[in-house]
Design a protein around this ligand. Structure first.
Ligand code: NAD
Length: 416
């Protein structure tokens, strides 16, 4: 049921006093800020700039606010980075969660990006998005994840010169261990978590294993960009516009071992393999074109694919809050526990999924897996198992050794 959101002013204090815990500065109706009494638990992040001001939706255009839902809190890490620079404005505009969904953005940056983060908040202020009701910024994940309904984990360090993927796993794994613990402590118990920062599958695994208070099912790694790229390639090859491509699954890791599944894909409702009768193309061209697309883009433009990644994050979220069309699927990296395809349990693995639009999902169980596909899936699964062993010390597992040292680099070109 929709209801009118309201920031009521009682006894001269803003809604922030409604939160029992935390030491917060509150803004009285018409005078300078006063301090609320200190409380024991972790303090919530303070609102930024214009977002400290009070509002009352009863004074706003009722045709706009009448049907609004309760505000959701969305935490975004790496908020001053390239991907977030596109994504935040999509989130605030309502095109991701809906035009009736007010939103609070809680933005996490690193110590180095503090000033830039303030710049991002200023741009959000100046954009005057009606649905954007609160913005807070900070560098403490315990604060920024406070009560978050969604955590979009984009922030990660880039690979330094000469670093192997195994080093990146270690470096960024430590970030996701800390942030997983913070999610566990501070976020909503049903927080949905989408990890973008690479290596995203294993980072999501680390965050999940460090956040036992949040259901394992709620953790996702972004493979939607790969799905979107695969749809585009099938459109280019078939001569049919990309809106006609469905059931385009990505299996496995977000790396060059990913498996874009042409066997189950459809174009205009017809199996892609009926329309494109060219197995050599599928096996030798299609798969590498999808996996290497980011590198091709950098060669042309000198920039990484931040905009299309942001769009794919928006798509990934929408896939969970809007029901999946009958017979279709979307790809997302999720916990493999209990999957119907015999993939080893305990990995964050990309599967074809569907959703009723309630934030939850199920893994589709009706995808055909032939011998070729199975071998490819197995290779990606093996890689993820090795990645897991490389970070065993970050997820409370005993005795893993890192077999990826000196291995071929499978990071998607154009990404760290
Ligand atoms: N899964 C995918 O499909 C996909 C696609 C593209 C990029 N990526 C990955 O997304 C990540 C971000 O890409 P980008 O282009 O936005 O990079 P970027 O370097 O522009 O931004 C990253 C931001 O993260 C911040 N950061 C670093 N450590 C942090 C921490 N501990 N907490 C919070 N913030 C922190 C940095 O200060 C920086 O502002 C990279 O790891 C990249 O490889 C994933």
């Amino acid at each position: 049921m929709a209801f009118v959101m309201q920031k009521r002013i009682d006894a001269g204090l803003s809604r922030k006093t409604a939160r029992p815990q935390g030491r917060v500065v509150v803004a009285p109706v018409c005078s300078a800020a006063v301090e609320a009494p200190p409380a024991p638990a972790a303090k919530p992040a303070q609102s930024y700039g214009v977002f400290r001001l009070s509002y009352d939706t009863q004074n706003e255009d009722p045709s706009l606010t009448r049907t609004w839902k309760k505000t959701i809190k969305v935490a975004v890490t790496g908020a001053s980075g390239n991907i977030a620079n596109h994504l935040l404005f999509m989130l605030a505009s309502g095109e991701v969660y809906g035009k009736d969904q007010p939103i609070a953005l809680q933005l996490l940056g690193s110590e180095r990006s503090k000033e830039a983060l303030e710049g991002v908040a200023m741009e959000l202020e100046d954009s005057l998005y009606p649905l954007l009701r609160e913005v807070s910024i900070g560098t403490d994940p315990y604060e920024i994840f406070g009560d978050a309904d969604w955590a979009l984990m984009i922030g990660a360090k880039p690979r330094g010169p000469g670093m192997e993927r195994a080093d990146l796993l270690q470096q960024n794994g430590e970030i996701f261990q800390v942030q997983g613990r913070a999610l566990n402590e501070s976020a909503s118990r049903n927080c949905k978590v989408l990890v973008v920062g690479n290596p995203c599958n294993t980072n999501a695994l680390i965050a999940m294993e460090n956040a036992p208070n949040i259901p394992r099912k709620n953790f996702h790694a972004l493979t939607r960009l790969d799905e979107n790229r695969a749809k585009c390639q099938l459109a280019l090859k078939s001569g049919k516009f990309y809106t006609s491509v469905s059931r385009m699954a990505i299996w496995g890791n977000h790396s060059t071992t990913q498996v874009p599944d042409y066997i189950n894909a459809r174009i205009g409702g017809v199996p892609a393999t009926d329309l494109i009768r060219d197995m050599k193309y599928f096996r030798e061209e299609f798969t590498p074109k999808v996996a290497l697309r980011g590198g091709a883009l950098i060669k042309k433009w000198g920039r990484s694919s931040a905009a299309s990644t942001a769009v794919s994050v928006a798509d990934a979220i929408r896939s969970l809050v809007v029901p999946t069309a009958p017979g279709d699927c979307f790809s997302t990296g999720v916990i493999s526990d209990g999957n119907p395809y015999g993939v080893r349990e305990g990995l964050i693995f990309s599967f074809p999924c569907r959703s009723k639009g309630d934030g939850d999902y199920e893994i589709c169980d009706d995808f055909l897996v032939d011998e070729w596909l199975r071998a490819k899936i197995r290779a990606s699964e093996d890689e993820l198992q090795k990645e897991k062993e490389c970070v065993s010390h970050l997820i409370g597992m005993m005795g893993g050794s890192c077999a990826l040292r000196g291995a071929a680099d499978t990071t998607v070109p154009g990404e760290n």
